[in-house]
Design a protein. Sequence first.
Length: 277
Amino acid sequence: MRKIIKYFCIFAVLLIILHSCSKKDAKLAIVQLNAELEITEIENNIFLVTHSFPWPGNSLIVLMDKKNILWIDTPYTPEATISVLNWIEKKFGEQSSITEINTGFHIDNLGGNQELAIRNIPIYGSDLTCELLETRSKTTMSNMIGWLNGEKNKKYRDVYSNLSLYKPSITFNINEEQKVLVGSNEVIIYYPGPTHTYDNLVVYIPSQEILFGGCMILSANTEKVGFIEDGNLDEWSKSLTNLQERFDNIRIIVPGHGNPGDSTLIAHTKGIVDASK
Ligand SMILES: [Zn+2]
């Protein structure tokens, strides 16, 4: 009889676990704003914005309290940024206030800044991001346009060629760690050193234990370092060690491209970077 009760208990526990797992999956509500732009609620009030233009790139929206929203990076274009802003207004109301942080000078970090600037949304970014926008951006953009060959990419080529890239409006010395208040919650902007680019930053949200790793972090499905002409492989590896030492409490890491994962994404990225040297 005892054995039967024991097995019944194990069975019941398994059922509860299964039920809570399926509930968790069901929570991943996806809103498709258009064929290239989707928003996934990865946890309550934490939204992954994925813009495929044409390469899927991530930005992250976090409702920090009732009306204060943190948005890390932007979609590739002001048009896509307008669509997300409309969604924010509908979901959180016109009174919501947005703080934007750019984690680098590439188009997948700040391509939407123009629209944020028009609306006077504060945009945090480093002095080095501003400098690279002036000195390096033209070369990077023409490299990217070069990859977009063929008729099917004409649309992207045209947009990339005509995009005006806006600088962040609130700048800081990249080597000085920043603490920014969004509502009553603090977020930390940290620069571990050169990585995928010389200016890529991470943003850590202590209240959620979430790190937006951006383009210096590769997702679990990524096996190549990708575009590294603006970065440095040797330094990248060292910078990831700095990052590991700086934050020891990371629950979720959001990479610049691909699915979020846990803190093991740092070691995963390091392995790929080291193998590419
Ligand atoms: Zn990127």
